[in-house]
Design a protein around this ligand. Structure first.
Ligand SMILES: [Zn+2]
Length: 180
C-alpha cells in the first residue's frame, strides 16, 4: 500500500482541475483528502480481530466502490461536481495502489469486484509500499516498522514522483483560470 501522503498528493493533483469548488475551499480539500484515503479505512475493520490486514485491499479497493463513493458523495453534498471529485479521488487511490509494491498475497487489488474475484497489479512497481508490521508483531516491532528508513524512502519516492504532478496541476489550473 502507498502512504497517506502519496494518496493526498494525488487528491491535490485532481482538485485544482475540477473547476471552482461547489463548497467552501476548506471543506472541499478535507473531502478530497478523505476520499483519496478512504479505501484504506478497511484497515480499521480488522482491528477487532487484532489484524488490520485481515480485510485490507478487499472490495473497498474496487471500481464499484469508487463509483458508489462518487454517487453517495454527490447525493450527500447535492452536487454533481462533488460526486465527480469523490469518484476521481477515490479512484486515484486504486491507481496508486495498482502501481505500488505488494508483498502480501493476494497481490494487487480486486479492481473488478464483484464481477471478478481476480486481483490486479501493474507488471512493474512505481512505488515501494509502506511497511507497518505483520500480525503477531509486538507494538514495539510495529512501531519500528512504521518509523523505519524504508518508510522514509517510500515517502521520498512518492513525493519525488507525485509532487511534480500536483505542481503541474496547480500551474495548469491557474493558466486555465487566467484564460477563461
Ligand atoms: Zn489502499
Amino acid at each position: 500500500m502507498s502512504t497517506p501522503l502519496g494518496h493526498s498528493l494525488m487528491a491535490a493533483a485532481i482538485v485544482p482541475l475540477t473547476g471552482k469548488p461547489a463548497m467552501p475551499a476548506w471543506r472541499l480539500w478535507l473531502f478530497a483528502l478523505f476520499a483519496a484515503n478512504a479505501p484504506d479505512l478497511d484497515l480499521l475493520a480488522g482491528l477487532p480481530y487484532h489484524d488490520p490486514n485481515l480485510f485490507h485491499q478487499g472490495p473497498s479497493h474496487s471500481l464499484s466502490f469508487a463509483l458508489l463513493f462518487g454517487v453517495l458523495s454527490g447525493m450527500f453534498f447535492r452536487s454533481a461536481r462533488a460526486g465527480m471529485i469523490g469518484l476521481l479521488c477515490y479512484a486515484s487511490h486504486l491507481l496508486l495502489d495498482f502501481f505500488t509494491y505488494d508483498g502480501r498475497p493476494p497481490y494487487g487489488i480486486p479492481l473488478l469486484w464483484p464481477f471478478s474475484e481476480n486481483y490486479w497489479h501493474a507488471p512493474f512497481d512505481l512505488f515501494m509500499g509502506v511497511r507497518h508490521g505483520v500480525p503477531g508483531d509486538s507494538p514495539a516491532e510495529t512501531l519500528s516498522q512504521i518509523f523505519s528508513w524504508h518508510n522514509v524512502r517510500t515517502l521520498l519516492v512518492e513525493s519525488t514522483l507525485l509532487a511534480p504532478l500536483t505542481a503541474a496541476s496547480l500551474f495548469l489550473s491557474r493558466r486555465i483560470g487566467r484564460t477563461t
